[in-house]
Design a protein around this ligand. Sequence first.
Ligand code: ZN
Length: 424
Amino acid sequence: MSNVFVIDSFCKPLNPVHPARARLLLKQGKASVYRMYPFTIVLKRVVEQPEVKPLRVKLDPGSKTTGIAVVNDATGEVVFAAELTHRGQAIKSALDDRRGVRRGRRQRKTRYRKPRWSNRKNRKKGWLPPSLESRIDNILTWVLRLARYCPITAMSMELVKFDLQQMEHPEISGVEYQQGTLASYEIREYLLEKWERQCSYCGAKDIPLQVEHIVPRAKGGTNRISNLALACEKCNIAKGTQDIKDFLKKKPEVLKRIQAQAKQPLRDAAAVNVTRWALFERLQVTGLPVECGSGGLTKFNRTTRKMPKTHWCDAANVGKSTPLLLSVRGVVPLLVKATGHGRRKMCVTDAYGFPKQHKECKGSFLGYRTGDVVKAVTPKRISQGRIAIRHRPSFRLGKFDIHPKYMRRLHRADGYEYTQERSA
Ligand SMILES: [Zn+2]
């Protein structure tokens, strides 16, 4: 288990402590549980605190999952790690669904909501589709939440995929490729973008790609980026030290395409994606310094520190501030999944848009909400998890219907689902 967050009796964050120390504090009655996820305890008495050690929150934003790590730069200790799964597709399908229902009513000449074209024109600057917007909101929520429970003084995020020092014209000014260096990692990311993450020769995708010399080294080809392409293992071996013109003798159109693409430098805009950029701008509003790293640097840091390829490990390795030694002993990431806060739809429809069921206005029953994490102790079994309420006293918990009298709430519904794996 990762460290436990501690806040003092004025809700100010203190240094996170080892779980054993937290257990002792709880047992002695000096602290009580403040919240379950992330696990935080609150001290009951006013104490004189030693100096708080500044921490850095590090982010690796991804389209499906974002890695989050809280790192102590001075000691290299990873204090907390989480993997946040977004709900981009769920939002899109919910909106598609709604559109389908409304259009269905228009077609059937029934009472309907008039199309409001005005809300589509003149979009505000910085507008993002709802699915992307939710991704940024998820990350911001978690950054602010962590800043409430531990002393965070800086942030790092992966902003660009590659960062060549001479980003202006890397192909012309000539960055040399030398395997194993930081530059080689940046170049690899650059090539992946440039060759669209596929084998330049056969177009194979989602397989390991190797850096390939278009004019082979044996024939005097240079290490310049304009002479590099990506190839799958099969093509790389098949080509060997042949000249590209001999290798692609039977495929003149492929040869032509590769030669044209090799000369074309990639614009640096290709390295930044919209969502990350918007996140960067909004993180700055918090007032904390934001450090930016590149994907190439993250990979280089992770490889040299011999860490596995997971989202939270990537996050811990973002940016130049990464300590030389990262201590990850005992760190188990908290798996967080965005679930949203339910629907406002009062009429549930089936796949054809026909009303199937009407929903109660009230979101709670006997004080419980869908999404609350409870512990239930019934005469038959003890279970813990996220409930789905009904408007009668039997709630769904896992596979069972359980009466709320057996339940005790551990965590209020907050739009996320949590899984904490136990450390080995
Ligand atoms: Zn290939």
